[in-house]
Design a protein around this ligand. Structure first.
Ligand SMILES: Nc1ncnc2c1ncn2[C@@H]1O[C@H](COP(=O)(O)OP(=O)(O)OP(=O)(O)O)[C@@H](O)[C@H]1O
Ligand SMILES: [Mg+2]
Length: 299
C-alpha cells in the first residue's frame, strides 16, 4: 500500500534522512522507532509532502505522490502531529472539523461524525466548545486523533501520538488504541522513541539511527535476530519484558509438557502471571520452554 524507496532529505550538510526504504502492507501498522533526531518526523512528513524529499520516491497504492497535488494527497491521509498540533484559536469542534470542511461536507454530516468519534475516544461533549489550551495533554491527544480520523482515511501517519503523556496514562491509552475499531482496518505509520510502545503497537518495527534504517522486522525478529550490535543495545534495557511479552505460547508450544489446553495467543508474560493458578504449565516449565525456544530461534 505504501512504498518508500531510497528516500533522502538533506538540510544543508545534515543528512536528516538517508536512503530510507520500506513497504507497508494494507492494514499493517509500521512503527518508526529511534532516538531523538534520527529522522522519524522528516520521514513521515515526506510521505504526505509536508517536506519535499531531496531524492527517492514514495508510492501510495502504486501512485507516485509527486504526481498528485499536495493538498489533495493530504486530504486522503490522516495525520497526527507531534505535540498534537491543534489550532489554538479554534474550538475543539472546529479543530476536529477541519478536513471535512475542506472536503465540503454539510453541517449535519460533520456533526454526526463528530459525535460518533468523541464517543469512541471518550471525550466529553462539553469539551467541543472550549479551546485546546483548556484541555489536558491526554485530552488534546485524543482530539488530535479524532481530527485525523474524521474523514475515515485509509492511511494514517502518527507522530508520537502519545508523546505528551506520563507512563501510566500512556499505557492506558495504548490499550484503548489497540481496541479502537476505527484503527484496526487502517494502514498506519506511527513514530515513537518509546521501545515498549513500539513493541506493543507495531506489526513491524523500523529501527532508525542517524537518518538510516538499521533493521526492519517484527518485534520478535528485532529481539531474537538483531541485525547488529546497535539493535541489541537499543533494546537491552527493556529486553526481559519485551521478550516475555512478545513470545506467545504458540511459539514455545512444542517445548511445553502439555499442549492440548494451550491458548496459542496468550503471551508468555501473561502465562507466567497465571502460572500458579490455572496455568498450562508452572513457572519452571515455562522458563524451560522459553530457553529452548530461544536457543532454537537464535541458531
Ligand atoms: N527544517 C529543518 N532544517 C534543518 N534541519 C532540520 C530541519 N528539520 C529537521 N532537521 C534536522 O534533521 C534531523 C532529523 O530531524 P527529525 O525531526 O526528523 O528527527 P526525529 O527523529 O523526529 O526526532 P524527535 O524524536 O526529537 O522528534 C535532526 O538533526 C534535525 O535537527
Ligand atoms: Mg520527531
Amino acid at each position: 500500500m505504501i512504498k518508500v524507496e531510497n528516500l533522502s532529505k538533506y538540510f544543508g550538510e545534515i543528512r536528516a534522512v538517508d536512503e530510507v526504504s520500506f513497504e507497508v502492507a494494507e492494514g499493517e501498522n509500521l512503527v518508526l522507532l529511534g532516538t531523538s533526531g534520527c529522522g522519524k518526523t522528516t520521514t513521515l512528513k515526506m510521505i504526505n509532502r509536508l517536506i519535499e524529499p531531496t531524492s527517492g520516491s514514495v508510492f501510495i497504492n502504486d501512485q507516485n505522490i509527486m504526481d498528485q497535488q499536495p493538498e489533495s494527497l493530504r486530504l486522503g491521509i490522516g495525520y497526527v502531529l507531534q505535540n498534537t498540533g491543534l489550532f489554538p484559536h479554534y474550538t475543539i469542534e472546529e479543530n476536529i472539523a477541519v478536513v471535512p470542511q475542506l472536503l465540503g461536507w454539510d453541517h449535519a454530516r460533520i456533526k454526526e461524525r463528530t459525535q460518533q468519534l468523541i464517543g469512541k475516544l471518550h471525550l466529553d461533549a462539553s469539551l467541543l466548545k472550549v479551546y485546546p489550551a483548556q484541555l489536558s495533554g491526554g485530552q488534546q491527544q485524543r482530539v488530535g486523533l479524532a481530527r485525523a480520523l474524521m474523514a475515515d482515511p485509509p492511511t494514517l501517519l502518527m507522530d508520537e501520538p502519545f508523546g505528551a503523556l506520563d507512563n501510566v496514562t500512556r499505557a492506558g491509552i495504548r490499550k484503548e488504541f489497540l481496541q479502537l475499531d476505527e484503527l484496526t482496518r487502517k494502514t498506519i505509520i506511527m513514530v515513537t522513541h518509546d521501545v515498549q510502545e513500539a513493541f506493543e503497537l507495531g506489526d513491524r518495527i523500523c529501527l532508525m539511527d542517524k537518518g538510516r534504517v538499521v533493521q526492519i522486522g517484527t518485534p520478535k525478529e528485532l529481539l531474537f535476530q538483531p541485525a547488529d550490535q546497535f539493535v541489541s543495545t537499543f533494546l537491552q534495557s527493556d529486553r526481559l519484558q519485551l521478550e516475555f511479552r512478545s513470545v506467545t505460547l504458540n511459539d514455545i508450544r512444542e517445548h511445553l509438557p502439555k499442549t492440548d489446553t494451550v491458548n496459542k495467543d496468550q503471551s508468555l508474560w501473561s502465562a507466567m502471571e497465571s502460572a500458579d493458578k490455572d496455568g498450562v504449565a508452572d513457572l519452571s516449565q515455562l522458563m524451560n520452554a522459553f530457553n529452548q525456544y530461544q536457543t532454537k530461534i537464535k541458531a
